[in-house]
Design a protein. Structure first.
Lengths: 315, 111
């Protein structure tokens, strides 16, 4: 047994233990904190699986943004929690659910153990066509070029989710600015942190976007870091969230999928197929798409976390 | 070999999450458990990608790209679910999914 294998076993055991704890913990707030640690441990597992792009995404979105979202919700629902505990289902249902979940887990484990050998893979195809785009990172190649339609539709899903969140605003709040959870009682410290960290964070976010062409990174990871920086500035009270009725904000939110769609239709008009990039300028087109997409992702993710507007619109 | 360990780990995490989705009464805990379930499923994707290492890559890039897309969509769905939950809490003063409790409370506020 090598050290690497022992490390993998340790990480896997920790993932299972912390994951189980987030399910059984009594207090929701503690469970959410457990979920953030769970996300970071899963990030380690992704690094060990040699998927650094995915590890960056898991750390930023799976653990960071989702954790922040759930922490905010847990804090607001805390007063309601004790009353809700009485609604836990009885032991009979819990045992039945446990048996069902164990069966599903066993079936998944069997599927993992019985995966075909040699494993089917599209890696040779991705490597053979990498020259067409001029990008060195195979994952970015798949995201932006080979399976671009998935990425484009996902941008549409993000916008639809934001429309869904906004549509939950109370009538009197419609058109106003959302109020992101603020760090109450620590104003000065949060403001200092926001002033110190934001310039560095913006540079890191853009660097990760730029490096994503050839190394792990890309639009999602960079965009998430930019979103976190914007949220930090809003939470520290250094900048107000924009009113959701503002036209420039709405244009920014549809810019990412919009540019993608225009390029896609251009491919249909001038080239071979929908989303076919002009071969001579593939890299430039991809960079434009990625840059606009990063800004849209940053704005959408931050506003998804900020939630629907709740205060009345100021005239 | 290591990949298989993480595959089994993902299977167990998916089972734990599924158990939580069914047995938790609080919607927030259901959302949390669903994210644990999702993380387990994504890990199994990672194992499939790792086994497909070829052509000088350390893994099959296609499942990696799918998982990255999936994580962003999972966040969007979670944000939507949390917004629904907080709206329910603001409107009814409780976050229960129990139909009897909610309708009883609505009756009491109507009268």
């Amino acid at each position: 047994m090598t050290i690497g294998f022992a490390l993998d076993c340790g990480v896997a055991l920790l993932v299972v233990a912390v994951g189980g704890w987030t399910i059984v913990a009594r207090a929701s707030f503690a469970a959410v904190v457990g979920f953030v640690s769970f996300g970071l441990l899963v990030t380690l597992a992704w690094v060990r699986l040699a998927a650094v792009d995915v590890a960056l995404t898991e750390a930023a979105i799976g653990s960071g943004l989702t954790g922040a979202l759930l922490l905010g919700a847990a804090a607001r629902l805390r007063g309601n929690e004790v009353a809700m505990r009485a609604e836990r289902p009885g032991p009979a249902l819990r045992i039945a659910a446990g048996l069902f979940a164990a069966t599903v887990a066993a079936a998944l484990a069997a599927a993992v153990l019985l995966l075909p050998d040699p494993a089917p893979t599209l890696a040779p195809a991705a490597a053979a066509n990498a020259g067409a785009t001029g990008l060195g990172n195979p994952v970015t190649n798949v995201l932006i070029a080979f399976r671009a339609i998935d990425t484009m539709l996902e941008k549409v899903v993000l916008v639809l989710a934001l429309v869904g969140v906004w549509s939950l605003a109370a009538d009197r709040g419609w058109g106003a600015a959302p109020s992101p959870p603020c760090a109450a009682g620590s104003g000065d410290k949060t403001a200092f942190l926001a002033q110190l960290l934001t310039p560095i964070g913006i540079v890191v976010g853009i660097y990760i976007l730029w490096e994503g062409a050839d190394n792990p990174g890309g639009a999602f990871q960079g965009g998430t870091i930019l979103a976190a920086m914007w949220l930090l500035v809003m939470m520290a009270g250094l900048a107000n969230a924009p009113a959701i009725s503002r036209r420039s904000l709405r244009l920014l939110l549809i810019a990412g999928p919009g540019v993608f769609l225009v390029v896609g239709l251009g491919g249909l008009w001038f080239g071979a197929a929908f989303l076919a990039y002009p071969v001579a300028h593939a890299k430039a087109v991809i960079l434009i798409i990625e840059f606009v997409m990063t800004l849209t992702i940053a704005a959408t993710l931050a506003l998804l976390l900020a939630g629907p507007p709740e205060r009345e619109a100021s005239p | 070999m290591s990949a298989t360990v993480f595959g089994l780990c993902g299977a167990v995490a998916a089972g734990l999450g599924l158990y939580g989705v069914i047995t938790e009464a609080q919607p927030l805990r259901k959302i949390l458990a669903f994210n644990v379930f999702g993380a387990g499923v994504f890990l199994i994707f990672g194992v499939v990608a790792r086994r497909g290492a070829a052509a000088g890559f350390s893994g099959d890039p296609v499942p990696h790209a799918l998982v990255i897309t999936g994580m962003v969509v999972a966040f969007a769905a979670t944000a939507m679910a949390v917004a629904l939950l907080l709206r329910l809490f603001n409107a009814s003063g409780t976050a229960t999914l129990d139909a009897d409790t909610t309708s009883a409370e609505r009756d009491s506020t109507d009268t």
